[in-house]
Design a protein around this ligand. Structure first.
Ligand code: GLU
Length: 608
């Protein structure tokens, strides 16, 4: 993915460029094995991490349900994937209730503090916007009021059979026991090294002795274990009304800088009242019919459900299964570009913006959007948005809106997990602290990083932009936790990290699985490409190698994935569970991306 406004962090921190040694060779351990595909019954968990998947499975085996296991898995990911997710961030929880057949959602997105100003991203000293990197991403000003703990409590209250105290027991033990550092964790720490050095608390936790954690060493986080213990004892109050919240606010308003790196770290305005007033939102999933399936996704404040759904509505008009690779992928890319144009024009936090969700998901609107696609030729990008105020399914003339290519400032981290329990309940949950390493600020003594989610607002203020910065508002997300039903029964849960490529990853997985005849494991492994209404298609090298010449013949220009901040040329790190005939579960994680994920089932098929 491109981070257009990015300036490589290292280049900005030249005086601080001191080579730090890696940790000394220690007695190398190996973590639990990673299992990309697990088939069986009795329940399943898929995530990016084997320890977290194990925690979720243990909850299921002990009689917990999907909501209990999802919260436990997420909390374990807060230990082992601290740069992607944790209680300093937010996320979106989608739940299928087998007893009612309903798919419901919890919006646990971070909110802007009430004191935030439209010019919060402008440097008062210069009157110029802060550079996205490093000033904005590593700041208090980009920290949103965290929603993850409230999401966990709400999910347990609505659907769980265990208390927060119970489900946080295993994750707290994991934080205390530690996990074995792998190359992905080491590399992510290295990618963040310069900004982690900027904070006393972050340096103390992740750069112990000034060193990178060594692969094969054990990383313990007793401070996080104590924080989980506090939440177990006091509940979410500890964060939203108590001492933990006080420490969060202090960190945001007075970032604990070391003063040794020259990073400016503008402070934020969050108050204890902002924490006290935070509420998750219950919601109804978006629903799109596709090839006889019902695809349920996350409604705004995420653009996931509407953008995946609109693209599917467009693609529903074509028989992709009967087409060759080039034709089908061409249409996939073109449909995605239209859906992204409309997302930019219309989607923001629905508490602040009138989002025309029904129009965006209307088959009639999709018919009109499909009219703008030439089945033999890629359109010049960016394409203009459709007109939701007037459409009848006929091919319309231009709506006269200037098409814009939006700089992509969403990062490629975050984490997704899927859970199915023995009763047939399903959870699809994506959570994040936004950037790899969030704001870079660990709350002193508490063992977790704060998010920098407010960078998901459009950074240049425009009063007509649905995603402009506003007090108390949720920045638009791309997170796309999805549950697919057939005849009212779940067949697939899936989702991914990857900033705005989350949307394309979920869309492509659905197309690979339901149109292009791949198994869910094959769909997961297939090379990925993302067209987000930009001049070039972002693609993994394997995609370019396999399909580049075919798609270039249609006029697509493909550019390799990767950005200035991380070197990974990968798109997404998905996790999914398919529920097959007879309830057979196929849990699937990434075979290689982000070091490989891990899937598990309660009763593996072989041992039935
Ligand atoms: N902040 C992004 C979003 O909400 C997710 C970050 C990522 O996946 O890298 O869509």
């Amino acid at each position: 993915m491109r981070r257009l406004a990015a300036v490589p962090v290292l280049a900005l921190l030249a005086p601080a460029l001191v080579a730090l040694p890696a940790g000394p060779p220690a007695a190398a351990e190996t973590g639990p094995p990673k299992v990309p595909t697990a088939v069986g019954t009795g329940g399943a968990v898929s995530s990016v991490d084997p320890e977290a998947t194990r925690v979720g499975l243990a909850v299921l085996r002990a009689g917990g349900n999907a909501a209990d296991a999802a919260v436990a898995t997420a909390a374990a990911l807060g230990v082992t994937e601290p740069y992607s997710a944790g209680i300093g961030g937010g996320g979106y929880f989608v739940h299928y209730d087998a007893s009612t057949g309903r798919v419901a959602t919890i919006d646990g997105r971070e909110t802007a503090p009430m004191a935030i100003e439209p010019d919060a991203f402008v440097d008062p000293a210069t009157g110029e916007p802060y550079r996205f990197t490093p000033e904005l991403v590593t700041s208090g000003v980009s920290v949103g009021v965290p929603g993850t703990v409230a999401t966990w409590q709400r999910a347990l209250d609505r659907w769980g059979s265990r208390s927060l105290k119970q489900v946080l027991g295993r994750p707290a033990a994991l934080a205390r026991r530690g996990f074995v550092v792998d190359e992905t964790f080491r590399q992510q720490t290295e990618d963040n090294r310069e900004r982690f050095r900027a904070f006393t608390s972050t340096k103390a936790l992740f750069l112990r002795g000034g060193r990178l954690p060594a692969v094969g060493s054990r990383f313990r986080n007793p401070a996080l274990a104590r924080t989980y213990d506090l939440l177990r004892d006091a509940g979410p109050r500890a964060l939203y009304r108590g001492a933990l919240g006080r420490d969060v606010v202090r960190t945001v308003r007075r970032p604990p800088t070391t003063g040794s790196t020259g990073l400016p770290v503008p402070p934020g305005s969050m108050t204890r009242r902002d924490l006290r007033d935070y509420r998750v939102r219950d919601g109804v999933a978006t629903r799109t019919s596709y090839r006889g399936l019902d695809v349920h996704g996350m409604p705004p404040s995420s653009s996931g459900g509407s953008t995946v759904g609109e693209a599917l509505e467009i693609l529903e008009r074509y028989d992709l299964a009967a087409m060759d690779d080039a034709q089908a992928l061409h249409l996939y890319l073109e449909a995605s570009a239209r859906a992204f144009a409309d997302r930019t024009a219309y989607v923001g936090d629905p508490a602040y913006v009138d989002v025309p969700l029904a129009d965006l998901l209307s088959p009639t609107f999709a018919a009109e959007r499909a009219c703008t696609i030439d089945p033999t030729r890629a359109a010049e990008k960016p394409v203009e948005p459709g007109d939701v105020s007037s459409y009848d399914g006929e091919c319309a003339t231009s709506v006269g809106v200037e098409p814009v290519e939006v700089p992509d400032t969403e990062n490629v981290e975050t984490t997704h997990l899927a859970v199915v329990d023995r009763w047939g309940d399903v959870v699809s949950y994506t959570l994040t602290i936004e950037q790899t390493g969030g704001s870079g600020m660990v709350v002193p003594g508490r063992g977790f990083l704060l998010n920098n989610e407010l960078t998901d607002f459009t950074t240049e203020y425009d009063a007509a932009d649905p995603n402009r910065i506003q007090p108390g508002k949720r920045p638009r997300s791309s997170m796309s936790p999805t549950i697919v039903l057939r005849d009212g029964r779940p067949v697939l849960a899936l989702g991914s990290p990857g900033g705005s490529t989350i949307i394309t990853t979920v869309l492509q997985l659905l197309v690979e699985r339901f149109d292009r005849g791949r198994s869910i494991a094959e769909a997961m492994a297939a090379p990925r490409a993302a067209q987000r209404n930009t001049a070039t298609v972002t693609a993994e090298p394997a995609f370019i190698e396999t399909y580049g010449p075919l798609l270039e013949a249609y006029g697509h220009e493909l550019a390799p994935a990767g950005d200035a901040f991380t070197s990974a040329a990968e798109i997404g790190a998905a996790a999914a569970i398919e529920i097959g005939p007879g309830g057979l579960l196929t849990a699937v994680a990434e075979p290689t991306r982000r070091g490989g994920g891990s899937a598990g089932v309660v009763r593996p098929r072989e041992s039935r």
